[in-house]
Design a protein around this ligand. Structure first.
Ligand code: SIN
Length: 305
């Protein structure tokens, strides 16, 4: 089968066509897929009617699936799959609601952050719920020489912080949506306070700070990229906070400049994979009356260098 890649935007991402995910990918297609993936950093395969086994099989083309830490929101039949959703059954959430609503690369608060993340749009809202992506290789290259010299060789401090319903990336949120977000956030916080802490919350409370290079070298392509999270990168080793925090904010603003953001609008069944060493992403607001169910898998990564 001949695989093709069509750009999703001028600067980032490609739609891959010509793959049949109802059966295992043959080695030639896998090699072609990975070549396109490392080149485009975000890839989408539209409209896939695959079940969890098919999604897992496809994800394995990118490497070993991480045994996701025990969570209240894993799919019972396939615990590697983490469910993101705003849907509630019998008053209980079927997935994590409001997750990933700030600009980030996945699991940077761990020693070996996920290399690749895949999302499958199982139920896709007709409005909202887009995912935004920005290219951190391009962001590094756009920095002026003085800033590059200031950050090259530095390590940033990554700290796990719960960031549900932040929406730092979606500059399009209006006042009515913001009020709705604050209402949802207050409800979820009250629910959490009333319940025993979930295994996810217990683990996150134990996570120590992690130091990772602020400019990382991509383990496959060798390209240099900014490596930071809008909300979870809280400092720079050996730099006073008063200097580090505004610098981190400035770097994040460069990376996520609105005119360089890929806004991915989900359609039913879409699968998207992204390269966590070369991009940052953020979820956006989904109106509560629009059900959204996403299945998420992550691929093991290595210690960033
Ligand atoms: C994530 O950050 O992994 C979730 C992105 C999304 O739900 O759009």
């Amino acid at each position: 089968m001949t695989l093709t890649a069509e750009p999703l935007s001028e600067f980032l991402g490609a739609e891959i066509k010509g793959l049949d995910l109802s059966r295992p990918i043959d080695p030639a297609d896998r090699a072609a897929l990975l070549e396109q993936f490392w080149r485009h950093k975000v890839i989408a395969i539209r409209g896939q009617d695959v079940d969890p086994d098919g999604f897992i099989r496809f994800a394995e083309a990118f490497g070993a699936i991480e045994p996701f830490f025990i969570s209240a929101y894993n799919l019972p039949s396939h615990p590697q799959i983490y469910v993101l959703s705003n849907v509630r059954k019998d008053g209980k959430p079927i997935g994590r609601d409001g997750a990933g609503t700030h600009w980030h690369s996945d699991s940077t608060f761990t020693e070996k952050p996920s290399s690749v993340t895949l999302l499958h749009g199982v139920t896709v809202p007709s409005r909202g719920g887009d995912t935004l992506f920005a290219d951190t290789v391009d962001a590094y290259e756009r920095l002026d020489p003085a800033t590059k010299a200031l950050i090259d060789g530095r390590r940033a401090v990554h700290r796990y912080q719960r960031k549900e319903f932040v929406f730092s990336g979606d500059r399009a949120v209006d006042a009515a949506e913001r009020a709705e977000i604050e209402r949802l956030k207050a409800t979820r916080l009250a629910e959490e306070a009333a319940a025993a802490p979930s295994p996810t919350a217990r683990r996150s409370n134990r996570e120590p700070d992690r130091l990772h290079p602020l400019v990382r070298t991509h383990p496959v392509t060798g390209r240099k990229a900014l490596y930071l999270n809008d909300e979870m990168t809280v400092g720079i080793e050996g730099m006073p906070e008063a200097e580090a925090v505004p610098l981190l904010r400035r770097l994040c603003e460069v990376a996520t400049a609105p005119d360089r953001v890929l806004r991915f609008k989900w359609r039913q069944g879409d699968i998207v994979a992204w390269d966590n060493a070369a991009t940052v992403h953020t979820a956006t607001f989904t109106p509560p009356d629009e059900p959204r169910v996403m299945h998420r898998l992550t691929i093991e990564g290595t210690v960033p260098f």
